[in-house]
Ligand binder design. Sequence first.
Ligand SMILES: [Zn+2]
Length: 325
Amino acid sequence: MRCLGCFVLTKEVYCKKCKKALFATQKVSTTLDFDKKEFISATIELSEQMSISGVQDKISLKIENKKLIPTSTDGVYILKPVPLMDYGELLTDVAKNEHFTMQLASQVFKLETAKNALIAFSDGELAYITKRFDRVDGAKIKQEDFSSLARQTEQSHGKNYKYDYSYEEMGGLIKKYLPSYKIELLKFFKLILFNYLVGNGDAHLKNFSVLQRSTKEYGLSPAYDLLSSSLHLPNESRTALELFKEYESKSFEANGFYAYDDFMMFSKILEIPQKMAEGVIEDFLSKEKATLKLLDNSFLSNEAKERYREIFLDRIRAVFYRFNT
Ligand SMILES: [Zn+2]
């Protein structure tokens, strides 16, 4: 069978490498001993303890007596099953979509991501599990998401606060707050390009964070919450935020979608040397074969695989497209 972490063939649920990445040396059952119904009652119970309202679509887990159990404190993992609320088409593929997209980001596109895998409930249904990166050996690491860096909350900016911004302005925050901003801006550029290629229209302010490193300096956190939202919501806009605060390229004006010229201008605004940006785009566009191969080995349904493929190839074409030639 295939490893529920990285898709390699293995005799166990997880290959050695994934087991180590997820659980280090701790012995732990690799199947949950509760099902989705018990998950739902646990979220209700825990949200009462934490005074947040209602059913949540995710829950914190910790290891106790060699088992992963729901917890309101000291959570080391986050468990996200297929959403309970309606989330567009191919609903049963949501957790597998996030898992595949996160694996694609790290394995093929070499982006730093939160450690993640799929894990089975006691009745066999698969959920997405990710290891928290703001905890190391029980200690809390300072983390702040970009809605807080941008000082945008629901109170100050209304219901749309997570979307009412641009990636260009996020670049400005990176430059302002992160000492190693030159490296971080390049990482950020790659992540935005990746999101575009996989059809992630949900990369809003709260899905990016900065994290304090052991040197005390802040840097971008590993990427998290990556998925092809277009797979489920084919009509949503192509990006969660617009690339630019005001600028609009001739290419965008003529075609209404971001293409090569837009990403080159975006890289320029992020002060990335232009040769380097060209290299990143070329490199990303060359990953078509590797992406489709990994997709084939993923746990997505055949219909979801086919749709993912279409979205990805369509976006590759978009980024290839040059208005000014
Ligand atoms: Zn593995």
